[in-house]
Design a protein around this ligand. Sequence first.
Ligand SMILES: [Zn+2]
Length: 408
Amino acid sequence: MSITPEEVVAARDWLASFGCDERGGMTRLLFSKSWLAAQLALKQRFEDLGMTAEFDEVGNLVGTYQGSGESEEIIATGSHVDTVVQGGKLDGALGIFGGYLAIKHLIENYGTPKKSLRIISMAEEEGSRFPFVFWGSKNLVGCVPAADIQGIADSEGVSFVEAMNDCGFSPRTQTSSPLDKVEAFVELHIEQGNTLEMEGSSVGVVNAIAGQRRYNIHLHGQANHAGTTRMCYRHDVVQVFAEIVSSSLAKANEAGDPLVLTFGHIEVSPNTVNVVPGEALFSMDCRHTDKAVLHSFSEALEADMVRIAAQHGVTIEIECWMDEDPVPMNLELVSLIEQTCKERGDNYLVMHSGAGHDSQIIAPHVPTGMLFVPSIDGVSHNPAEDTDPADLARGIDALAGVLHKLAY
Ligand SMILES: [Zn+2]
């Protein structure tokens, strides 16, 4: 018996009723009223299904359906309950309402599993309220040092600690974790890109999460009169920026998939029509699933930048402020998920994730796998984020199939 698109839409809209933004979309930020309401409502749903449901110290909600006792191991699923500002109904949420529906379906159709089934509604992943990401999953795999959240506040000046305490949570002190005895963690998520749609596939089997390097690059040239400064005497930072961007993107296009390179932010000074620009600050974001390639590619670009800047008498400062290694998913789980999709007759695609997910934090500690469903037009972090309900149902069914293989 399959999960119906109608059931899926009802569960999606139910969870989306917590945190509807009047300006459009969903805003359910960590430790906000709507966030707490969603977590408490989920707790009730989990309990109604016969699960024990408890919060850990930091705000992760953990629902467990007790297995028959033949095995002590636990099979877990879940995702994050927080959203970006004016996000959609599916990012993070799918892994929770979908995980819940998958477990509900298994219990109703197959009874008590041998191994306990667990769902974790993780407190936070997006970093949308406070300048901190992966609060939920980082606390599952270790204690986030108190110093990391001391002194950080949201845009209204509410401190992380105050917001957390107001919801009844505090930094983790316990040594036990909801991931103890978890034998496998499988996350269902929307793709947030258009690969599945373009390939005509309805399920993605994730084999790795791309690593990423993020840079801030400062150029110091010389601001000067736009009319009187001859071209040969300029130290124009925009010329340097343009050459860097065009040569780097040419190399990125040549390298091809799965490499992606983005210059998303630029500030130029004095930023006026009749002055040769003297200062520029820009960002670079480079991602790849292979650590060695990510390093060698980005280091080659750094060398190019230094050379191009020097040719124009411009000083350059290159700061790499984020360096996250790629995270492979567990090989056995990847093939088990693939096998499940094959048996179900799903049109699936083995692919990597270009976006970050809770699974990348959990994978180094617990065997982890991920399933994707297509995002219509590849749109995400946007009120228009959507997936065909039939695809949502297929993804949840596939997750149920995987959990069944693991727990029964
Ligand atoms: Zn997400």
